[in-house]
Design a protein around this ligand. Structure first.
Ligand code: ZN
Length: 589
């Protein structure tokens, strides 16, 4: 038996409880310390997974021994000479790619939610025996994971193997009676697994499309050899009525998506929802290189007990967000026009909030733990997204480098350079290092030969808007700002039963100036009831600069305020200039 061995099963999946046994054959004679991570890589927020441990006990030689809790997520067993066994139950009822979820229909877990880390033995081999719940209801269950099999058939129950703890928790596991499709991308086997009730899923169409994305991305990083960095890749997809999200791993990804976004058999058209799904696959797959192997130095290795601060998430998430949709065009899955629609949406999204003038993408990266991941009603006025603005920063960098070098150097070259320099050997025997925080500018300048100091100062470490109108024009794309004549209160709302609840108040908008607050219920405008879905139809009868009377409830207190309506923010749209014959080079290769 290896030094660290787990069995995981559930005696009763409908109770949402995993039963786990951790066996340590040579425990620390001073008293073995074990702990559970506070966060999961890729999702930068302290989540304190240990709160889901329901019971925990230690024994050795079949005798119970003391297990003392030292911190919220750390325990120490009494010293023992023989094998130490720790048995614990974990409650798993969070339908998210970040944690664990279990019922009679399926089981999903990330190692960070269920596997205690054995202090001092993190770098030894870890073995997991995954056991099927007992009973005829689970006869059809299979396993999907990129964790290598030790004594198990592919998709079968049995033992799986990880070289160390870091690898163990980087391979999420799905169990259930799922739909499965397989394809090869440049010779490497890929599986796509779909869990959930999905009538007539057109799984072959999805596989055909995703294969194109995978092959484009593999060839992007290794244009000569077309060698993928992993032996095998698995997409674990949880399909629900309404949901969206993904989390990257070194050889797999966990996704959650909306049923209606996936094509049915016989459905020919390509919906916007399906493009969103393909963009998500493209995004998480790109992370196989960017952030799972090319990493900031502070993630090499991760410290899973506390926040790991980096100001580089604009690079790891922003650049990944830039390439996710771009690869849909480069793979021929969407048209240039469709790409322009998506890109202009991102631009309009970024320009909407005043937070972008207060926080840089570097600061947004650093504060991800308390700000981006813990957004409140004031977020649009206080913060910027290192995803959306980060993707515009990446586009701007690409266009700036291409313009200065007449397309001889590109952001693609920078990515291939960091791949060769940092990423490629990361999980090899000789090991790898991450990119130091301060090295980024010099790295870009070395590869491109372009001076980018002021670009970094203005748009990455500063809060200026990336001058995309100017940069896009050079590659033959027209950036048009259309004034919107629709009158606006500058709020975001959500329906709460038959009432209209204000969720966000944009700084300096009409409602903001009038003294309206997020959390207020908007009852009436000029004595007319505001529909639960929002005030837009009522406002159609008005124009900017007109005064309206607002009636709101703040908690249970009725308040009246006068607001001077404003115009909706101008909307950016993009199109090829009339004189441009074909898509610019950056969109096609
Ligand atoms: Zn991402």
């Amino acid at each position: 038996m290896s030094a660290v061995h787990y069995t995981i099963t559930s005696k009763q999946p409908s109770s949402h409880v995993f039963n786990i046994t951790l066996t340590i054959s040579n425990p620390d004679p001073q008293g073995q310390i074990v702990s559970l991570p506070s966060w999961i890589p890729g999702s930068y927020m302290i989540r304190e997974f240990a709160k889901n441990i329901v019971t925990i006990a230690a024994s050795s030689n079949n005798k119970k021994i003391a297990l003392t809790q030292l911190k919220k997520d750390v325990w120490q067993a009494a010293p023992c000479k023989e094998t130490l066994v720790i048995q614990y139950d974990v409650y798993a009822w969070d339908l998210s790619v970040r944690t664990a979820h279990l019922d009679q229909t399926h089981a999903f877990f990330n190692g960070t939610s269920v596997f205690l880390r054995v202090d001092g033995q993190e770098n030894t081999a870890h073995i997991v025996d995954i056991q099927c719940p007992e009973g005829s209801a689970f006869k059809k269950w299979r396993i999907a994971t990129a964790l290598p099999e030790l004594k198990a058939k592919r998709y079968g129950f049995g033992t799986y193997h990880a070289d160390n703890y870091d690898a163990l928790v980087d391979h999420p596991v799905e169990m259930g009676d799922f739909a499965l499709v397989s394809f090869k991308a440049h010779g490497v086997p890929h599986d796509m697994v779909f869990t959930g009730n999905i009538p007539n899923l057109n799984i072959d169409r999805i596989a055909d499309d995703v294969k194109k994305i995978c092959e484009t991305e593999i060839a992007f990083f290794e244009p000569k050899t077309k060698k993928a960095p992993m032996d095998r890749y698995v997409f674990l997809t949880m399909v629900v009525g309404d949901g969206y999200g993904g989390l990257e791993h070194r050889s797999s990804t966990a996704l959650i998506c909306t049923r209606d976004d996936l094509p049915a058999v016989g459905q020919k058209e390509q919906t916007e929802g399906y493009r969103t799904f393909l963009g998500l696959c493209s995004h998480e797959y790109f992370h196989t290189w960017n952030v799972k192997r090319i990493k900031p130095a502070v993630f090499a290795p991760y410290d899973l007990s506390q926040e790991n601060y980096t100001s580089l998430l604009w690079f790891f998430e922003g650049i990944t967000s830039y390439y996710d949709d771009l690869f849909l065009v480069r793979s021929g899955l969407i048209t240039g026009e469709q790409y322009f629609t998506t890109l202009s949406k991102t631009i309009n999204n970024v320009l909407k909030g005043r937070g972008r003038l207060k926080q840089s993408v570097a600061e947004s990266s650093f504060d991800a733990w308390t700000k981006y991941y813990r957004q409140d009603e004031n977020a649009p006025n206080a913060i910027v997204s290192y995803y959306t603005k980060g993707s515009l920063v990446a586009l701007g960098l690409d266009l700036t480098i291409r313009e200065a070098t007449k397309n001889k150097k590109t952001l693609d070259d920078v990515m291939r350079y960091v791949w060769q320099q940092y990423g490629k050997s990361f999980y090899s025997k000789k090991g790898g290092v991450g990119i130091p925080e301060a090295a980024m500018l010099a790295l870009f300048e070395d590869v491109s030969g372009v001076k980018l100091g002021s670009y970094f100062t203005n748009y990455i470490y500063g809060t200026k808007d990336v001058p995309l109108a100017k940069l896009l024009k050079v590659s033959g794309i027209e950036y048009t700002e259309k004034k919107d004549s629709q009158a606006s209160l500058g709020i975001r709302t959500s329906a709460q039963k038959d009432l209209c609840k204000i969720t966000h108040v944009y700084e300096d908008g009409a409602a903001y100036q009038a003294g309206v607050s997020a959390g207020d219920t908007l009852l009436a405008i000029d004595q007319l009831k505001v529909p639960a879905k929002g005030p837009e139809t009522l406002l159609k009868r008005y124009q900017a600069k007109q005064k309206v009377n607002l009636v709101v409830f703040r908690r249970d207190e009725l308040m009246m305020m006068d607001a001077i309506l404003q115009n909706q923010p101008a909307q950016v749209s993009l199109a090829l200039a009339k004189t441009t014959k074909q898509l610019p080079q950056w969109m096609t290769k």
